[in-house]
Design a binder for this molecule. Structure first.
Ligand code: OGA
Ligand code: MN
Length: 287
C-alpha cells in the first residue's frame, strides 16, 4: 500500500500514515520516502515505538550515516546514534551553564546540520524518547519558499555570494563555555565554502545558510555578518515555519538541503528531554 502524506503547514511538512515498524524497507518504499522528503522538507511519524536498531535501519534506507563530532555523546552500542539528551551519564538533569547544556542550547540558533562539511548531510532523523510538557519544540523553516520571498536586493546578494561554514566557529559561538575540542578532532573540520543559493536535483533552489556560517567569502567579516543576519530575518518569517510540538515516540525526518531548524527553549535544568538522533550523509557537494 502506498504511503499517505498529510500536509502539516501550507505545502511544508507532512505526516506519514501507513509506515509500520514491521514494514521492510524495500526500494519502492524508500523511493516514496525520499520523494516525500524532497517534496515536503519535513516528514513526521507519530506515536510509533522505534528501537535504536530500527532507527539505524531507517537511516540506512536513505544512505550512509554520519558519525558526529563530540564522541562522548554517541550511543554505546550504535555510534551512529547521537544521544541528544539533557541527562548526564548519572541520570541527573544538567545544570544550565554546564557544557552539555551549552551544547544543546546552541541548537536554539537557526541552522542546518553538518553544513560545515564539504559534502553536507542529506537529512536528520530525531526520535523523541521523553519530552517536556512545555517548550522544547523544534521549528523548521522552508528555505525554498524563503528564497522566493526574498526582496530583490537581497536576492541579488545571495545569488552573487558564497558563505564560509565552520564547525570550530559555531562551536566557539555556543551560548556559554564548552570543553576545548582536541586538536585532532578540530583538524577534521576545516572551514568550507558553499554557495548561498543551493540548486537541487529537481532544479529548485533554496537558501543555504545557518549557524555554522562564519562569514561571507571575500567580504569584510562584519559587513558580511550583517547581511547574513538580514537575510536570516527575512528567511525565518512566520509564514515559512512549521513548529513541531513533540510527543513521546514521534519521529521527525528533515531535509537539511532545503530547510533550517532550531530548538525552542525549555526549562533545561529541570525538565527531561531525551532524543535520539541520526544523520544521513549526503552524496554530492553543494551546487
Ligand atoms: C540537532 C538539533 C533540535 C532539537 O540535533 O542538530 O538541531 O529539537 N536538534 O533537539
Ligand atoms: Mn540541528
Amino acid at each position: 500500500m502506498p504511503l499517505a502524506f498529510d500536509v502539516l503547514e501550507e505545502g511544508f511538512g507532512a505526516e506519514i500514515q501507513g509506515l509500520r515498524e514491521t514494514d521492510s524497507l524495500g526500494p519502492a518504499l524508500v523511493d516514496e520516502l525520499r520523494k516525500g522528503l524532497a517534496d515536503f522538507g519535513v516528514l513526521l511519524i507519530r506515536n510509533e515505538e522505534i528501537t535504536p536498531e530500527r532507527l539505524v535501519q531507517l537511516g540506512n534506507a536513505f544512505g550512509e550515516l554520519e558519525i558526529l563530532p563530540e564522541p562522548e555523546k554517541r550511543h554505546p552500542d550504535h555510534p551512529e546514534i547521537f544521544n541528544l539528551s539533557n541527562l548526564r551519564d548519572d541520570g541527573q538533569v544538567v545544570d544550565y551553564e554546564e557544557p552539555q547544556s551549552v551544547f544543546l542550547r546552541g541548537t536554539e540558533r537557526w541552522h542546518t546540520d553538518s553544513s560545515f562539511r564539504n559534502i553536507p548531510c542529506l537529512c536528520t532523523m530525531l526520535y523523541a524518547v521523553e519530552v517536556p510538557e512545555n517548550g522544547g519544540e523544534t521549528q523548521f523553516a522552508n528555505m525554498i519558499a524563503a528564497l522566493e520571498g526574498l526582496p530583490s536586493d537581497l536576492r541579488e546578494v545571495v545569488n552573487q555570494n558564497r558563505l564560509v561554514h565552520s564547525y570550530v566557529f559555531s562551536r566557539a559561538n555556543n551560548p556559554g563555555r564548552m570543553d576545548p575540542m582536541s586538536p585532532e578532532e578540530e583538524a577534521k573540520y576545516p572551514p568550507v565554502t558553499h554557495p548561498w543559493v543551493r540548486t537541487h536535483a529537481d532544479g529548485r533552489q533554496s537558501l543555504y545558510m545557518g549557524g555554522h556560517v562564519s562569514h561571507v567569502e571575500g567580504m569584510d567579516v562584519n559587513e558580511g555578518r550583517e547581511l547574513v543576519e538580514l537575510v536570516l530575518q527575512e528567511a525565518t518569517r512566520p509564514e515559512f515555519i512549521y513548529e513541531h510540538r513533540w510527543a513521546d515516540n514521534d519521529l521527525v525526518i528533515w531535509d537539511n538541503r532545503s530547510t533550517l531548524h532550531r530548538l525552542r527553549p525549555y526549562d533545561i535544568s529541570n525538565t527531561r528531554r531525551v532524543m535520539r538522533r541520526i544523520t544521513v550523509a549526503g552524496t554530492e557537494p553543494v551546487i
